[in-house]
Design a protein. Structure first.
Length: 301
DNA sequence: TAGCCGTGGCA
DNA sequence: TTGCCAAGGCT
């Protein structure tokens, strides 16, 4: 092996070790961490945490765990109850898919959360990240957990890039995989520690480099932290969009205990009829709402 | 494969 | 105040 490769590998190992050491003293004590939660609890937390901050997830997660402590419990519930209990976490399709996931766990896996990436990624609502996360955090197994936090940490510290590209590349994934410790426990620790570093220190907007265990080695910091302001992020439109109207319809139906005449409802008077109809069609197609009475125009979850 | 899908807090 | 963005997945 060439001397350069040995040196790079040693440097990688040193940086990984520094992140693990940092996490041991700075990591948060979250209820789904540290082996105190069941694999099902970990899975539920991962779905809830998709694009949603920890502080908003935690109370809802506790309610779900008390109400549906195992997949079989959620599978026996009504989809509408799952969507309602999802509350305002956002992306209610996640609630529907999690409910479907519980059913699939009962049907295909005897009500048990499987241990392999391949089995997990085949379940509703579980993609590459979540499957890898459940392998690591629910079962202590080795996987390549590559979320936006880990991508940002690696991109900055190793490559001097302010923010990750919109999509993963083969090369990026290969490099991330090469950094994962060989042993199961070390791999799982690296996953949670590198994610935590991205969540608490190496954040997207205000990086706290003075607190970072990688500050001495960080390529991005060494270059003067370039490229943060001109970051080409696609701005998410919101006001007046279908997305907003869908959210308002869902909020209305979540709060209702009986079917609601949505198109005639006072709180939606400002919405163009055409847009409201389009959103209702979309929600019906997504299986998030049901038409109760076509003549009266009433809907339910 | 871009585009789409909620929500709320913060700089 | 408002744009940014937070542990993605699906089509």
């Amino acid at each position: 092996m060439p001397h350069e490769s040995e040196s790079a590998a040693a440097r990688d190992a040193r940086m990984v070790a520094a992140v693990l050491e940092w996490f041991a003293q700075a990591g948060r004590d979250l209820p789904w961490r540290g082996g105190s939660a069941t694999p099902w609890g970990v899975l539920v937390s991962e779905i809830m945490l998709q694009q949603t901050p920890v502080v908003r997830v935690e109370p809802v997660w506790r309610e779900w765990m008390a109400r549906w402590p195992a997949p079989v419990d959620l599978a026996a519930a009504e989809q509408a109850d799952a969507v309602r209990a999802w509350g305002r976490l956002g992306y209610p399709r996640r609630a529907k898919r999690l409910w479907e996931c519980a059913g699939a766990l009962v049907d295909r896996h005897g009500g048990v959360v499987p241990r392999t990436y391949e089995e997990l990624v085949a379940l509703p609502g579980i993609g590459d990240y979540t499957a890898a996360a459940v392998v690591a955090f629910a079962h202590g197994g080795r996987s390549v957990v590559l979320d936006t936090n880990v991508r940002r940490v690696i991109g900055r510290a190793w490559h001097g890039r302010a923010l990750p590209a919109a999509h993963q590349t083969v090369g990026e994934r290969a490099h991330a995989a090469s950094l994962v410790p060989r042993d199961d426990a070390g791999a799982a620790e690296w996953a949670v520690a590198s994610m935590e570093l991205g969540a608490l220190v190496c954040t997207a907007r205000v990086a706290r480099c003075d607190e970072c265990p990688l500050a001495r080695e960080c390529a991005w910091l060494a270059q003067g932290r370039p490229g943060l302001d001109l970051a080409p992020r696609r701005t998410q439109p919101w006001h007046g969009t279908d997305r907003q109207v869908r959210g308002r319809v869902m909020a209305l139906l979540r709060a209702a205990s009986s079917p609601v005449n949505v198109t005639g409802h006072a709180t939606l008077e400002d919405v163009e009829p055409g847009q409201l109809d389009r959103c209702l069609e979309g929600l019906l197609a997504d299986g998030l709402i049901r038409l109760d009475d076509a003549d009266r125009g009433t809907y339910t979850l």
